[in-house]
Design a protein around this ligand. Structure first.
Ligand code: FES
Ligand code: FES
Length: 979
């Protein structure tokens, strides 16, 4: 709960050094972190803060040519040195490395990119052609949570092939000179206007061979397109890519107004406690620079928020009781320097620790204390699906397997902790912060602060990873409250610890299942029960409870089925949305049992899956008939040659080794895109400006996955105009229509469909205006709209047409809401309009004595319907796999013990093996250009494939996830002892 730096002192000193070729002098306390000085005094916000503890590497800069963590270095130590930040890499032109990052799609959200670029620059300075191992060694201290690192490795190794020919014209200059005032120069409105006045870049075709030469997109985009000239199916450099490699991208903490009050959050140190405040006014009065303390008593609206309105239960500031460790109870606002120096140890709050319940079994025990009075037995909600007669099917089955698996809390560990600022613009509260769901944020902030929804404007900044957790509001109502109460802008960046203790996690699951098959190897029945620890507040618990029973069968025909998912409250961290909403946990249960069942049947594990997988015409466990677009068989078939080769490799290795054994595992996934049986519409607006641009009002927040680019690609082809003519207006609740939240793999499908409709509608409007048929071709030439049909060509001077308030001379706005049907009491219905499918093979080696696992390769086949942008799709797959690796082997959040990135381990660049991606395109009739969602799917098969591979290697299945060396070793010992 502290932002103060260790050893802060008000004594200042003049400290001079060189930054990016310019001499600078700052007058600051000498112990201040170099990272803080670079960002706050010199406004070089390209240097990021992910942990302030040397764990993430986001703050890496060069000091006298050597990479250092700027958060671990005092500014006094930098005196007289030469410092290079990411802003210094592009000297009028992008460096070859920056160009290579863009070309390879090595930056997704981009928050880690500056640190990686700096570390890689140091490597390339001494070794221009590094090996993969050298790249991994050099970049091992910089974490990335989005990409899975493979494209980063490729970009660094490939950098030598890029000519430094890229102009950075249009990029705001960064190199400092002289002394700067802190924060921004008082401009409050950091809302992006038309993004992308800066050059956008195209990427070379023939990736990996021949000349890679990047050029200005507006000069040369068409050359990069497939022969057909379509944007869909090509991989142009992401439209928002350039600032990610120059340090120009503004994340939540990068644009604080100069006059903003800094905010500290006082949080509960206990899992469950009663608290009372002392004399807050007296405490404030004795602290110069502290402006006020705010508690629940100051909240003018309803002190309760939540992503699912009927379950909303979380106070912005707790009232008298805190239900989990890290819960916010008060805010302290003050001048920035005063907050930096503030000691909260004597903050007037008295805590009375209360008994707490951390495990679902404790919370469900008879007589257990209720965490919410209105939720008997601490049960938040239950999801249920039943079809046929599972008991009869299991009792009549030729083979039956049963098992139980427990999983752990998993932390999202995005590299950007939550950050943002708020200010009053007349009577409107403006919140500028990282988020995945601007309209949901708006509604929750308005509710808590007692404002009408149209009196709250949410302006999303770039978001440095989300993966589900930034769907829930975090600091938005808190900074909004301070801005409203004080009339001053209010700014807050969570510390790493604060981010980890207060925001949501993946639900720990305790699961049991039984699956039966007939003698021919056809699955006849399955029963599944899962308890999901949803923590202190509801968040997305109801979604997990409902989504799991729909998906727990896997993408397999299961005629007799019962599945129940229960979300149970504890005093643990709040569990919410995390890539897959409980499906990754359930898939571990089902896919590991499938291996056991195929073994009993004497069937090859891949063949067994192919025999049972869903096909066109199959009915799902909810009774939904899938008429078309079912691509799981194609995914499994695509893996077959890899499977055969991998099994042979493992056998050969194992016959020659005793202490280390290789294993191969396979697992599948399916995932319904969008909300479960609930509306989730998206609206897209697109228009032609009088200046001859296509302006896309695109409100789907791009958290790194690429929606800014993908949705523009879809719209471009539907409209029939080239991508280079597009200008984006990014999400802003005052400007862009609601494109829903970035979650549940819905943006490519749902918002993409809205973009397809809007592009088509705009085209029709222009054709009608020109009185030509739908066969006509349109083009933009300066301010002319050129329309050709047959031999006839017509020019329409757009500058002579009357523009509307948005600057459009032609405009269209279209919405799309997936056609779903509600589930009945037995969970029967049509919960999703579109499903995506995938399957992965994991190859690994286990040291039988140590229990350690070395991954050798992951091969992933995913049916995306239509790869709108193959490079971005690959990036999603690699990133999801990396998170799946973490979930399988190392990630376990334990409140009170792993609340930082030192103790909580996520995969580093050395932990992700080569990944081979196979994109399968079985078009879905509903999706735009046949596309399906992808974001969640890609993580789901990884952990079960790894666990199955460990079992193949060792003969043991680890039933408590993650499968750490000690758990693997214990399982092997148990087997050896015959237990
Ligand atoms: S290592 Fe410096 S911010 Fe994480
Ligand atoms: S791109 Fe690396 S953390 Fe997002």
């Amino acid at each position: 709960m502290s932002k103060a730096q260790p050893g802060m002192s008000m004594e200042r000193a003049d400290i001079a050094f060189e930054v990016n070729g310019a001499a600078v002098s700052v007058c600051v306390p000498p112990v201040r972190r170099l990272s803080s000085v670079l960002r706050d005094e010199l406004r070089l916000t390209g240097t990021k803060i992910g942990c302030d503890a040397g764990d993430c590497g986001a703050c890496t800069v060069l000091v006298d040519g050597e990479p250092v963590c700027a958060c671990l270095m005092s500014v006094a130590s930098a005196a007289g040195t030469v410092v290079t930040t990411v802003e210094g890499l592009a000297n009028g032109r992008l460096s070859a490395l920056q160009a290579s990052f863009l070309d390879h799609g090595a930056a997704q959200c981009g928050i880690c990119t500056p640190g990686l670029l700096i570390a890689a620059t140091a490597l390339l300075d001494r070794e221009p052609n590094p090996s993969e191992t050298e790249v991994q060694d050099a970049l091992g201290g910089v974490l990335c949570r989005c990409t899975g690192y493979r494209k980063i490795v490729a970009a660094v190794m490939d950098a030598g092939r890029f000519a430094s020919e890229l102009s950075t014209d249009g990029i705001a200059p960064h190199p400092p000179a002289g002394t700067f005032s802190p924060y921004s120069d008082g401009e409050k409105d950091e809302a992006p206007a038309l993004a992308s006045p800066s050059p956008r870049l195209s990427r070379g075709e023939g990736k990996g061979e021949g000349q890679h030469q990047l050029q200005r997109l507006d000069l040369d985009l068409d050359r990069r397109m497939p022969i057909s000239g379509h944007a869909v199916g090509s991989s142009p450099i992401r439209l928002d890519g350039l600032p990610k490699v120059t340090g120009g991208e503004k994340f939540g903490g990068d644009s604080f107004p100069a006059d903003a009050l800094a905010v500290l959050v006082v949080r509960s140190p206990h899992h469950h406690a009663r608290f009372a405040f002392g004399d807050l006014d007296a405490w404030v009065k004795t602290r110069p620079g502290i402006v006020g303390v705010f508690t629940a008593a100051d909240i003018p609206g309803k002190n309760s928020f939540g992503v699912i309105a009927p379950f909303a239960d979380q106070p912005a500031l707790a009232e008298g009781f805190s239900r989990f460790r890290g819960e916010a109870v008060a805010l302290v606002a003050g001048e920035r320097e005063a907050i930096l120096d503030l000691d909260l140890s004597d903050f007037p709050v008295r805590w009375t620790e209360l008994p707490y319940l951390l495990q679902p079994c404790e919370a469900q025990a008879g007589g257990a204390q209720l965490i919410h009075e209105n939720r008997p037995a601490n049960l938040l909600t239950t999801g249920f699906v039943e079809r046929g007669d599972p008991e009869a099917a299991l009792s009549g089955a030729a083979f039956v397997v049963s098992g139980a698996i427990d999983t752990s809390y998993v932390e999202h560990a995005y590299i950007e902790p939550e950050a943002g600022h708020a200010y009053m613009d007349g009577g409107t509260l403006v919140v500028v912060a990282c988020t995945q769901a601007p309209y949901m944020d708006r509604d929750d902030v308005a509710k808590v602060l007692g404002l009408a929804a149209d009196k709250v404007r949410i302006v999303p900044t770039a978001t440095g990873g989300g993966f589900g957790s930034k769907l829930d509001v975090s600091l938005q109502p808190l900074i909004g409250l301070v801005a409203m109460k004080t009339g001053r802008p209010a700014a807050l960046a969570y510390t790493r610890n604060e981010s980890m203790i207060s925001t949501t996690k993946r639900h720990p699951a305790e699961m049991k299942a039984t699956i039966g098959a007939d003698a021919d190897g056809r699955v006849t029945g399955m029963v599944f029960a899962g308890d999901f620890n949803t923590g202190a507040y509801a968040s997305w618990g109801p979604t997990v409870a409902n989504r799991v029973p729909v998906h727990a069968s896997g993408p397999y025909a299961t005629p007799n089925y019962r599945a129940e998912g229960r979300a149970i409250h504890t005093n643990g961290p709040i569990s919410g949305a995390f890539r897959g909403f409980g499906v990754p946990q359930a898939t571990i249960m089902q896919e590991t049992l499938y291996d056991e069942l195929s073994e009993k049947l004497g069937l090859d594990r891949l063949d067994f899956r192919l025999k049972n997988c869903l096909r066109n015409g199959s009915e799902t466990v909810t009774g939904q008939r899938l008429e078309a677009g079912v691509g799981i068989a194609e995914c499994l078939e695509a893996l077959r040659p890899h499977w055969t080769r991998a099994l042979a490799d493992a056998e050969k290795f194992n016959s020659a080794n005793d202490s280390r054994k290789r294993g191969v595992g396979v697992a599948s996934c399916w995932y319904g895109c969008g909300n479960t049986s609930l509306p989730n519409p998206s609206t897209i607006r697109v228009g032609i400006s009088a200046t001859g641009d296509v302006v896309l009002h695109q409100g789907a927040v791009d958290i790194g996955q690429g929606s800014n680019t993908v949705i523009a690609q879809i719209c471009a082809d539907a409209l029939g105009l080239p991508l280079e003519k597009f200008r984006l207006k990014s999400a802003d609740t005052a400007i862009t229509p609601d494109a829903g939240k970035t979650s549940a793999s819905r943006q490519t499908f749902v918002t993409g469909k809205a973009a397809e409709k809007a592009g088509g509608a705009l085209r029709e409007i222009m054709l009608r205006f020109a009185n030509v048929s739908e066969k006509a071709a349109i083009a933009l030439d300066g301010t002319s709209l050129v329309i050709r049909e047959g031999e006839a060509t017509r020019h329409i001077d757009l500058s002579t047409l009357k523009a509307d308030a948005d600057g459009f001379v032609f405009r269209a706005e279209e919405s799309y809401d997936p056609p779903t049907l509600p589930l009945d009491a037995k969970g029967q219905g049509k919960p999703y309009a579109v499903y995506g499918y995938g399957a992965q093979i994991a190859e690994l080696e286990v040291d039988l004595k140590l229990g350690t696992v070395k991954l050798i390769k992951i091969t992933a086949a995913h049916d995306v319907g239509k790869a709108i942008n193959p490079l971005l799709a690959e990036g999603q797959i690699e990133g999801g796999i990396a998170q799946g690796i973490g979930m399988a082997l190392m990630e376990e959040y334990i409140p009170g013990r792993t609340e930082n990135l030192h103790d909580y381990l996520i995969p580093t660049i050395g932990d992700v093996p080569p990944i081979e991606t196979i994109l399968i395109e079985v078009p879905d009739p509903e999706g735009p250009f046949g596309a399906k969602g992808l974001g969640e799917h890609v993580l789901i098969p990884t952990a079960p494939a790894i666990l199955n591979a460990i079992r193949h290697a060792t003969g043991v299945l680890v039933t408590k996830i993650p499968a750490t060396p000690s758990r693997i070793r214990a399982a092997i010992r148990d087997k050896e002892a015959g237990r």
